[in-house]
Design a binder for this molecule. Structure first.
Ligand SMILES: [Ca+2]
Ligand SMILES: [Ca+2]
Ligand SMILES: [Ca+2]
Ligand SMILES: [Ca+2]
Length: 473
């Protein structure tokens, strides 16, 4: 620990020297927040989850994928824990055949109002979905449940026909609030959901047997949100093969853990984004539309409004992807027109959005990877003279219930190139964002080395970066 502090101090001094020497000539706009390299680790970290503890807003936790083979590991994920608002981080590898098992990847995190930190992820081999709980702000976790395929006919919410269910599992997402915790994931075809009651710190009941979400076959990369009355919404991307198209659907369970199940699916938006839609800045993994939800439980002006963020490709296979937000005031039955969040005038790619709602204010934040500054003509946004293959991270706020968004903010100080990382999944399938108490905390994969402390140098393997972004109006 002490060595880490000394090293951090030396790095800080080195960074100041570099800033003086460079004369800040290539510095981003002054509005760009201070970037922090959380992982400072050799090899690739990507596909990150982040959560801020509502009982201690200085406690922030990040968990990400890592490359296993390159590190000589068979399993594991990267974890960073901060107790000073994200300025400094304690880091380790978790799920490397420790008490969290053989963690593959796909982490999702959620703190609840008691300070419980829930985590879900995928195992390497087993086709069950683990739920882990930390009651000490992310310093330690233990597995409290493994969600397996339910028996075929038992349980009040049992699916009718679950042949083939759990042949594989993918992309679990966990959300906790209002005395309940829910997880959704793709269970080899349809989306599957289950939840458990929560009554205090470390006080988590049993997960029910679970249910198949109606009409969700081939719908994946989902999200789940909890409303002010304890109602639950899942959203997913119905993807056809390849890049041709996608549709966003939601389903609502109106009484949460009560006896009712998820209702019929409701169409939200057409995206033109397939499950594996290739774009120049994400050329190896490709992207999906990456729908995300946020539900206002503030009791304020827009209490009960639920927001959905997603990516839309303007003309199919144009690579001109943009970020949109819609909202619903009737628990997902009807949706507003889409509001475009990115405010650039280019035809370049914006992708992998994340939304988070500050439950202390009702303001929303959206962040995404953004290639607007890569015109292939050199300069700060272009690493290689090729247009639209480099990316920065940008974001915006809405302080009026999603009616409009603020001028966009460049959040990453540097410019990254995912293909240069050699990471087979590029930046990953998603990015992280947690917005609480007026500060948005994004987490993203970055190989710009803008902070000068990525041990792999510039435009090589990815580190995980974060920043504290103050709400703007
Ligand atoms: Ca497409
Ligand atoms: Ca665009
Ligand atoms: Ca470029
Ligand atoms: Ca790294």
């Amino acid at each position: 620990m002490r060595h880490r502090l000394i090293i951090a101090s030396l790095l800080a001094i080195a960074a100041m020297v570099m800033i003086v020497l460079s004369g800040r000539a290539a510095s981003p706009k002054s509005s760009t927040p201070q970037n922090v390299d959380v992982s400072q680790r050799h090899l690739n970290e990507s596909e990150e989850a982040i959560a801020v503890n509502p009982t201690n807003r200085n406690n922030i936790v990040i968990v990400t994928n890592i490359g296993h083979r390159e590190a000589g590991l068979t399993a594991g994920m990267f974890e960073g824990v901060s107790f000073d608002g994200g300025a400094t981080w304690t880091t380790r590898i978790i799920g490397n055949n420790d008490n969290l098992g053989d963690a593959c990847c796909d982490p999702s995190l959620s703190f609840d109002e008691y300070g419980n930190l829930f985590m879900t992820y995928l195992y390497q081999v087993e086709n069950v979905v683990p739920i882990a709980l930390s009651t000490d702000g992310g310093l330690t976790f233990s597995v409290i449940a493994n969600i397996a395929a339910p028996p075929k006919t038992t349980g009040k919410k049992a699916p009718g026909d679950n042949r083939g269910l759990f042949r594989y599992v993918d992309q679990p997402t966990i959300t906790a609030a209002k005395g309940e915790v829910w997880v959704v994931f793709n269970a080899a075809g349809p989306m599957f959901a289950t939840g458990a009651p929560v009554s205090g710190l470390g006080q988590v009941g049993a997960f029910f047997a679970g249910e198949v979400v109606p009409g969700s076959n081939n719908c994946t990369y989902g999200d789940v949100a909890i409303g002010p009355a304890g109602q639950v919404m899942q959203a997913c991307n119905l993807t056809t093969t390849g890049q041709g198209g996608g549709k966003i659907f939601v389903n609502v369970d109106p009484d949460g853990l009560g006896p009712m199940g998820f209702g019929d699916r409701v169409f939200v938006a057409e995206t033109h984004v397939g499950g594996f839609d290739f774009i120049p800045p994400q050329p190896d993994r490709s992207v999906d539309a990456e729908v995300g939800l946020a539900w206002d439980r503030t009791g304020g002006a827009h209490n009960g409004r639920v927001y959905a963020v997603y990516t839309k490709e303007q003309k199919n296979e144009s690579d001109d992807m943009d970020i949109y937000v819609r909202y619903s005031d009737d628990d997902g039955a009807t949706w507003s027109e889409g509001v475009r969040v990115n405010d650039d005038n280019t035809k370049n790619s914006q992708f992998l959005p994340k939304i988070s709602l500050d439950q202390t204010t009702g303001n929303i934040a959206v962040v995404w990877y953004d290639s607007r500054n890569d015109l292939g003509t050199g300069g700060a946004g272009d690493t290689d003279g090729i247009p639209n293959d480099d990316a920065q991270v940008w974001g915006a706020f809405s302080t009026n219930g999603g009616t409009s968004f603020t001028p966009n903010i460049q959040i990453s100080a540097g410019t990254s190139n995912s293909h240069d990382s050699g990471n087979a999944i590029d930046y990953g399938d998603y990015t992280g964002l947690s917005f609480f108490g007026g500060l948005a905390h994004p987490a993203w994969a970055d190989n710009s080395n803008s902070t000068g402390n990525n041990p792999d140098g510039t435009l090589h393997q990815l580190d995980i970066y974060t920043a504290a972004v103050a709400v703007t109006h």
